[in-house]
Design a protein around this ligand. Sequence first.
Ligand code: 4NP
Length: 157
Amino acid sequence: MVKVLFVCLGNICRSPTAEGVFRGLVEREGLSGQIEADSAGVGSWHIGSPPDRRAQAAALHRGIDLSGQRARQVKAEDFHRFDYVLAMDSDNHRDLTGLCPAGEKDRLHMFLKFAPNIGHTEVPDPYYDGENGFEIVLDMIEAASEGLLADIRDKHL
Ligand code: 4NP
C-alpha cells in the first residue's frame, strides 16, 4: 500500500479537499486497493471538526463528498507511516520540516511540485477569501493530483 498524507494549516479547507479529490481519482483508476489517502493540519484549532462548509459545497459541486472527514493534527510519527507527506504552502513545509524525524525528509514535498505547469508553487489559503478561492484551490488540487498519481505509478506500482 502506498500512503499519501495531505497537510495544510487547519485541516478544514485545502488538505481535506486534496484528500477527497485524490481519493476520487484513485477510485476512478481502480487503485483503491493500492493507494491510501489521509489529511492532517499543522495547527490544533479544528481537531475533530468536519471540513469548512464552503470547501464541502465546492467539492460536492464536482462530485466529491468531504462530509465524513474530521480534522486531526499532524504528528512526527506520520512521517514513518506515509510515503508522501504533501505540504500545501511554504509555511506548512517549514513547519513539517521541523517536525520530520531525521532520515525521513525525502517523504516531504510541496504538493504543487506535481503540477509543474500551472505556474504556482503554493495552494493559497482560502479560509479568509470568498467562494472563488475554493474553486481556484480545487483547480490546483485536481492538476497536482494527476501529477502525484503519475509519480506513484512511476515509482511504486
Ligand atoms: P486550511 O485553511 O489550512 O486550508 O484548512 C485554514 C483553516 C483555518 C484556519 C486557517 C487556515 N484558521 O486559522 O483557523
